[in-house]
Write a protein that binds this ligand. Structure first.
Ligand code: BG6
Length: 465
């Protein structure tokens, strides 16, 4: 008898508003940072009034086609779907006193559709986008006023959806602000390390206030943080490499430490001292940070290596983190090194450190899918990637780690975040979309669709060790 996952384990997929919805100017939506970066989160800002093409404007048109997509997710047996709310649909500029009813109504319809299929929503408040108006007129999260604007937005959606949404996440991959400050904290280049950490501080305070608001407004709800799980290994067992790796892992664990333990850790105080950074904090900030999350969610795509030997650093750009290639691992077509066992390591590491339930809210393989003569996609490479990672999740659960669920990234093809590509596909569902915006946007099932359906229906028993 094959091993299954615990009863009540949540199975599903994860998407983000700006990567699937489209409808960028429908329903009173305002312009977001994502709308202003049509070439992805590392691309330049493009003034949209020039009418430049952005694949994200329509994306996969989830804005209009969500009933069909949710029916397909239900066919696979999803019990959970992670989506995000576009802040600009609710507060188009970000600083209004009253929300936009059309935006609120659209998410009502989306959550109702999920409920009809018994799919529980998990909602990210901010997934790689914020109102552009707040960037231009306030300087993004560098400005303390953002804390209040975000709290108003969070309280608005908690109040509106309190009976429909019980699982919430604050900021997607909050540690990514260190690598993509515009997307993360709305800071335009050039900005110093000190400015980035000041903006991050405001975001961490806002995260604490969102946790507090969620607990007040939705007593039976749960709210988590969301980390980019950037697991690093030492390249060698040289003590210098081991220590450099400890420091590297702390650069992202710092966010978890604040959000799970409620205060800045000592090693960050030292980091600030060493780098001449003096954060401006107000008296109430410490209290806000003490509102810690109920669970930890994270993305995991790959691991990397660290060396203290500067000469040896050949930089590999993988998921934005600069890291040294691991000689023992193969890579995806995008150079992301594939390490299923790393997921078990990461789950154990986070559990040992925080003793809070964990949720894997992103994991998947971006690949070029080529339909055969009949239009079918045999994505065995994706099945193998996901199978091997899920086997390690099951092992971690056997290790004693509490894991609430798994939502694979991109259950349907979508626009990638890094470079706004559509040739990099993650889905179980193929979407007929091409880089120039051509394509019917028709949906079709890949081989992995049937594979994932069987995994879910057997609660993991069909996975191959
Ligand atoms: C995570 C993001 O970094 O990775 C997603 O939360 C993103 O938004 C995903 O899509 C995969 O990255 P990419 O660049 O392949 O889309």
């Amino acid at each position: 008898m094959n091993k299954t996952f615990p009863d009540g384990f949540l199975w599903g997929g994860a998407v983000a508003a700006n990567q699937v919805e489209g409808g960028w100017q429908e329903g009173g939506k305002g312009i977001s940072t994502s709308d202003m970066t049509p070439n992805g989160i590392f691309g330049d800002v493009v003034a949209r009034q020039k009418g430049d093409f952005s694949i994200k404007d329509k994306a996969i048109d989830f804005y209009h086609r969500y009933p069909e997509d949710i029916a397909l997710f239900a066919e696979m047996g999803f019990s959970c779907l992670r989506v995000s709310i576009a802040w600009t649909r609710i507060f188009p500029q970000g600083d209004e006193a009253e929300p936009n009813e059309a935006g609120l109504a659209w998410y009502d319809a989306l959550f109702d559709e999920m409920a009809r299929h018994n799919i529980q929503p998990m909602v990210t408040l901010s997934h790689y986008e914020m109102p552009w108006h707040l960037v231009e007129n306030y300087g993004g999260w560098g400005n303390r006023k953002l804390i209040g604007f975000f709290e108003r937005y969070a309280r608005t959606v908690f109040t509106r959806y309190r009976n429909k949404v019980k699982l919430w996440l604050t900021f997607n991959e909050i540690n990514m602000s260190l690598h993509a400050p515009l997307t993360g904290v709305g800071l335009q280049a050039p900005c110093s390390k000190g400015e980035v950490y000041q903006a991050i501080h405001h975001q961490l305070v806002a995260s604490g206030l969102a946790v507090k608001a969620c607990h007040e407004l939705i007593p039976d709800g749960r709210i988590g943080n969301m980390l980019l799980g950037g697991l690093m290994y030492p390249l060698t067992c040289k003590p210098e490499d081991v220590f450099a790796t400890l420091q590297d892992n702390r650069s992202w664990l710092f966010f978890g430490d604040v959000q799970c333990r409620g205060a800045y850790p000592g090693y960050m105080q030292r980091f600030f001292r060493d780098n001449g950074i003096a954060l401006q904090m107000e008296a109430s900030d410490a209290g806000a940070l003490r509102h810690t999350v109920d669970f930890i969610s994270f993305s995991y795509y790959m691991s990397g290596c660290v060396t203290a030997d500067k000469e040896m650093v050949q930089k590999l750009r993988g998921n934005i983190l600069d890291m040294v290639p691991n000689p023992h691992l193969a890579s995806s077509e995008w150079g992301w090194q594939i390490d299923p066992l790393g997921l078990r390591t990461l789950l154990n590491l986070l559990w040992d450190r925080y003793q809070k339930p964990l949720f894997i809210v992103e994991n998947g393989l971006g690949a070029k899918d080529v339909p055969d003569a009949n239009g079918n996609i045999h994505d065995d490479y994706r099945i193998s990637y996901l199978n091997d990672h899920l086997v390690q999740v099951r092992e971690a659960i056997e290790d004693g780690v509490e894991v609430l669920g798994y939502t694979s990234w991109g259950p349907i093809d979508l626009v990638s975040a890094s470079k706004a590509e559509v040739t990099k596909r993650y889905g179980f569902i193929y979407v007929d979309i091409h880089p120039d915006g051509s394509g019917t946007l028709d949906r079709s099932r890949k081989a992995s669709f049937y594979w994932y359906r069987d995994v879910i229906h057997s609660n993991g028993a069909t996975l191959k060790e």
